[in-house]
Design a binder for this molecule. Structure first.
Ligand code: HEM
Length: 210
């Protein structure tokens, strides 16, 4: 869970920072997207590096889900006879929604790929003009797309907050003081990541980026 989680967090940070290039203008953003497709050339042909990255991401997502399933099975097998009466487990909202939060994020990513990578669901839908795709996507008349992205990004934030907290605790932050520190770091990191993502659709919605 931890290794694949780290790979996915690194992707989330890099993707969020890349998206902020939208504030540098159309030429800069499109140039950046074009560069992403050319990393590694001429040593590697064409979009090879991008496909290596995509394969790494896909493998991480599949392994992350497989590890979560295996852990859940192991937890259930440890108590083959269910509790007759189970006290309500206390825990943060983020902790209790890991499984369904993960499913929502997966569904969002499928929609997102059809929207901004393939362009099938985007009003412009031209993979060679990512800036135009983003601006068309979050136009004020399509406020519901911004709303949907907001819910998805907040789900990512909740998922990340608990995932990061668990990872930090496993890495040694197990004293009450360490747990408090891990909780704070996870919260601040997740809020910063959510804000970094959401500033883009809201900038388009409010006309700051057009
Ligand atoms: C408001 C938030 C977001 C914006 C504005 C955004 C924007 C974009 C854009 C413009 C692309 C296409 C890049 C290109 O074709 O050059 C893209 C691709 C992608 N995004 Fe996002 N994104 C957002 C949030 C997310 C989140 C939260 C995730 C993951 C949970 C995510 C995962 C991906 C993936 C996997 C790709 C495909 C990368 C590839 O293989 O080409 N995005 N995004």
């Amino acid at each position: 869970m931890a290794v694949t989680g780290i790979v996915l967090v690194l992707f989330l940070v890099a993707h969020m920072l890349g998206n902020l290039k939208v504030f540098a203008g159309q030429t800069s953003f499109d140039h950046y997207a074009h560069w992403l497709r050319e990393i590694g050339t001429p040593v590697l042909p064409g979009v090879w590096f991008l496909w290596i990255l995509r394969t790494g991401l896909l493998v991480s997502v599949v392994a992350h889900i497989a590890a979560a399933t295996a852990l859940a099975r192991r937890a259930r097998a440890a108590r083959p006879v269910r509790y007759a009466h189970r006290k309500k487990v206390r825990g943060s909202y983020a902790a209790r929604t890991m499984r369904w939060g993960g499913v929502i994020i997966l569904l969002f990513v499928i929609y997102h790929l059809l929207d901004l990578t393939a362009g099938t669901l985007n009003p412009v839908g031209d993979p060679s003009r990512p800036y135009a795709n983003v601006v068309a996507d979050f136009a004020p008349s399509r406020w519901y797309v911004t709303l949907f992205y907001t819910l998805a990004v907040v789900s990512v934030g909740f998922h990340l907050r608990h995932g990061l907290f668990s990872a930090l605790r496993s890495l040694g932050q197990q004293t009450p003081h360490g747990e408090r520190r891990a909780r704070m770091v996870a919260l601040l990191f997740s809020v910063a990541l959510c804000a970094g993502y959401l500033v883009v659709p809201f900038a388009v919605l409010t006309g700051l980026v057009d």
